[in-house]
Design a protein. Structure first.
Length: 325
């Protein structure tokens, strides 16, 4: 049976175009279709080896504008393809700006029985396809190498020759091509001349994850969870405004993630407002503005749950999915 790799296009800079080949900033993201991107990589056939490529455009967005409807569509198409016996892996081309959110979301909703057997590899670019030195084609080739690796499992991110897990990866730089980092956890591996050198195994990343049934994603509106920031001079005004307007249409505010200072600490004025929100039944979760490490529980930290090491944007997804359950 001929094995397949499926490429799902979501847009991003990897599909971006500018009139000027030397311009890596003023371009329009999400212009080129995934099939066209694949066709522009001369050595793709060799990289695919005995795999056949299939491609589908699921969305075409600048990922800063990513929404829940695109996530729903992506999850459904990923499950569709991963369920096929002759599909070994799915590669997703995506913008860098919210890539870590999409990767984390997929890692939480795709059925565990698929993730234990196959890989979903997200890749991207920091320079548009029109650049005189684009990084997208190499990232695509590296993603193919990872997707074909027999050790690849679960949801992975490949950028600048580095393989990251969905849980730990974070965009840390607005411009350089090596824009992602896995913090203290470190990367899972590296792609060197088409060969993947794993430094950690993928095996355990889905343990303890209970994926939510896919039919739960079909509801029109997903739970409403906001992120607020604790900072010098903050008041409780934003949280109070959210609580005052906590019903938008038919939807109620379900949760607030507070990006706290240091060890998830929160300004006392913000605490007062969050306490009131919690009394209204709104779930409150503390995360940290720090990009490394995880909140360490201690005496007195129990008033608001903490995010178990998730960044604020990933804690928002985890809380939203929890409310969906
Ligand atoms: C985007 O996230 O879609 C635009 C920026 C990028 O891909 O680098």
């Amino acid at each position: 049976m001929l094995k397949k790799l499926v490429f799902l296009g979501m847009g991003g800079t990897i599909a971006g175009m500018s009139d000027n080949a030397t311009d890596n900033v003023d371009y329009v993201a999400a212009q080129v279709g995934v099939t066209q991107l694949l066709g522009a990589i001369p050595s793709l056939k060799a990289a695919l080896g005995d795999h056949q490529a299939l491609s589908e455009q699921v969305a075409q967005v600048d990922s800063k504008d990513m929404g829940h409807s695109q996530w729903r569509a992506l999850a459904l198409r990923a499950v569709h393809y991963l369920s096929m016996a002759d599909v070994d892996a799915v590669v997703i081309t995506h913008g860098t700006d919210t890539l870590e959110e999409t990767a984390f979301f997929l890692s939480k909703v795709l059925p565990v029985e698929l993730l234990v057997a196959k890989a979903v590899v997200l890749t991207c670019a920091m320079r548009p396809a029109s650049s005189m030195a684009p990084d997208g084609p190499q990232n695509m080739l590296d993603a193919v190498a990872v997707a074909r690796s027999s050790d690849a499992r679960g949801v992975l991110v490949v950028c600048a020759g580095t393989v990251h897990s969905a849980r730990d990866v974070q965009k840390v730089h607005p411009y350089r091509v090596n824009a992602f980092d896995s913090g203290e956890a470190g990367p899972l591996g590296f792609v060197e001349e088409g060969v993947v050198r794993w430094v950690h195994r993928c095996e355990n990343f889905w343990v303890g994850i209970s994926a939510i049934p896919m039919n739960k994603l079909s509801v029109e509106s997903w739970p409403w969870v906001e992120v607020v920031l604790s900072h010098a001079g903050v008041t409780g005004a934003v949280v109070r405004a959210l609580c005052d307007g906590s019903r938008v249409g038919t939807q109620l505010l379900g949760g607030i993630v507070v990006a706290g200072t240091g060890n998830g600490t929160v300004h006392e004025d913000l605490v007062l407002a969050l306490r009131d929100a919690q009394k209204m039944g709104i779930r409150v979760v503390r995360s940290t503005r720090c990009t490394q490490g995880s909140i360490v529980s201690g005496a007195g930290g129990g008033e608001f749950a903490h995010s178990n090491g998730l960044s604020p944007v990933k804690a928002r997804i985890a809380l939203m999915l929890d409310l969906m359950r």
